[in-house]
Design a protein around this ligand. Structure first.
Ligand SMILES: [Zn+2]
Length: 469
């Protein structure tokens, strides 16, 4: 009975989705030049952060929305770093959805680039430049979705809010931090779609659509070793450099224990279904006590992402101590880049780290200056996740949708911390394509076809979740 009801509900929702997509048919090839125009124009606006100057991007986007008759607001903590928020109203029967992209980009080392990073050069089916993947396709796709909703006069059950936000690349206080603190009532939503996912293809065939449902939380921590200063010619037992070195070295052999959550469990299970047998075996047995240790060792060596998503990770990145060759310093410090799993108890972890270090001369100190808020994972059985899966079935029927946990951080963390179910989707990258051409690289580029497919993917999903039934 329960199964029958579930099947019926599924059929009804599939049917209503089909109806919405039919009711609001889009001539996609006709839209490509318009999409490309917005996207390349955004790339040509240099919003390298620092300093950002995201207001230039807002000044480009706002008139486009104004001309379409879509209401906008511009809010900023710093006049040069504006955020744009546009809203198309629904009938209010459901809570709003946010579609979001960040307008800032990381800086460039110009002499390392094979092309002008702000020219949006089109070559061999790709568009090259800083921000081509991170994150101007999300801005362009969200803009196109807003324009289409308006042009086709789509009847909505919920408001659709487009946020073009500043400061994502390390200065969230100008962007999502500011909006969440100062304008929460203006952007409060049930769901959000933003960056963070990745669609992986083999040749022309999409293998899976990776949807980020959660991410690790940066919890930068310092180890501070104290000793007595003295002459470098006389060895001291309490030399701070030695105590620090001993403490740092402990994390070569000790990392917090493995812990799966709903996302990572589903990630390994689903990835196994499309992986070669030996890989699939590892994904299917990662939690099997008889094999787990060996598999984790394999991951540590060969699949650093798989290793990292299994645990809160502790990675030494900076070490500092001393100022003259013949002076023993009284203090030495190391930075540990700790990335916590959702739900990690940091105080308990610090206790455990102190026990592992086992040296009272070494302090473990939390550095809270650039932390993002802790946030629960977004659900993999929500209405939104199901809508994302339906869009995948529609666009890539031979692929699967896989929930992912990012090891890095995005502005979805701030939304999730306010209770929003936030999901990251992303451009298509070929599995053979290395990180060479990805986000933050000095050969950043995006396949043109991927841009257009992102627009469609976002459109079908927004229509599914927001169009009046
Ligand atoms: Zn980004």
């Amino acid at each position: 009975m329960r199964t029958a009801l579930a099947l019926l509900a599924c059929a009804v929702s599939l049917a209503s989705f089909a109806r919405a997509a039919d009711r609001y048919a889009v001539d996609w090839p006709k839209l490509e030049s318009e999409t490309l125009d917005y996207y390349t124009s955004l790339i040509r606006i240099d919003t390298s952060n620092p300093p950002g100057n995201e207001t230039k991007a807002v000044n480009y986007l706002k008139p486009i929305l104004d001309r379409a008759g879509i209401p906008t607001e511009v809010w900023s903590l710093d006049p040069n770093r504006a955020n744009l928020v546009a809203r198309i109203k629904g009938n209010g029967s459901k809570r709003p959805i946010i579609i979001m992209g960040h307008t800032d980009v990381v800086g460039v080392q110009r002499d390392k680039w094979p092309v002008d990073p702000f020219a949006a050069l089109r070559k061999d089916g790709y568009i090259w430049g800083r921000g081509t993947s991170d994150d101007k396709p999300h801005v362009a796709a969200s803009l196109m979705t807003m324009l289409l909703l308006k042009r086709l006069n789509v009847a909505l059950d919920r408001d659709v809010i487009f946020i073009a936000e500043a400061g994502e690349e390390g200065t969230s206080r100008f962007g999502i931090g500011f909006l969440v603190d100062q304008h929460w009532n203006d952007i409060a939503a049930e769901y959000a779609l933003a960056e963070g996912g990745q669609t992986v293809s083999r040749g022309e065939q999409v293998q899976y659509v990776g949807i980020a449902t959660t991410e690790k939380t940066p919890r930068s921590t310092r180890l501070v070793a104290h000793g007595t200063s003295g002459h470098g010619s006389r060895p001291r037992q309490d030399n701070a450099v030695l105590h620090l070195a001993g403490a740092v070295a402990k994390f070569q052999n000790w990392q917090p224990p493995m812990r799966l959550n709903d996302t990572t469990r589903a990630y390994f299970e689903r990835l196994a279904t499309i992986s070669p047998p030996d890989q699939a075996y590892r994904y299917n047995h990662v939690a099997d006590p008889a094999h787990s240790e060996e598999i984790q060792r394999y991951f540590a060596e060969h699949e650093t992402n798989s290793y990292s998503i299994l645990r809160t990770s502790i990675v030494p990145t900076v070490i500092q101590g001393g100022f003259r060759n013949n002076v023993i310093p009284s203090q030495a410090e190391a930075v540990l880049d700790i990335r916590a799993l959702p739900g990690e108890d940091m105080n308990q972890l610090y206790e455990e780290m102190r026990r592992v270090i086992g040296d009272p001369a070494v302090e473990v100190v939390a550095d809270t200056s650039r932390n993002r808020p802790a946030a629960p994972s977004s659900r993999i059985d929500s209405e939104m996740f199901q809508a994302l899966e339906r869009t995948q079935k529609r666009m890539y029927p031979r692929a699967i949708t896989i929930p992912t946990m990012l090891t890095g951080a995005t502005d979805n963390a701030q939304l999730r911390s306010k209770g929003v179910q936030a999901y990251g989707f992303g451009p298509i990258a070929d599995e053979s394509e290395s990180e060479l051409h990805g986000a933050h690289s000095d050969q950043e580029r995006l396949r043109e076809s991927s841009l257009h497919q992102m627009v469609q993917y976002l459109w079908y999903t927004v229509l599914d979740i927001a169009a009046a039934k």
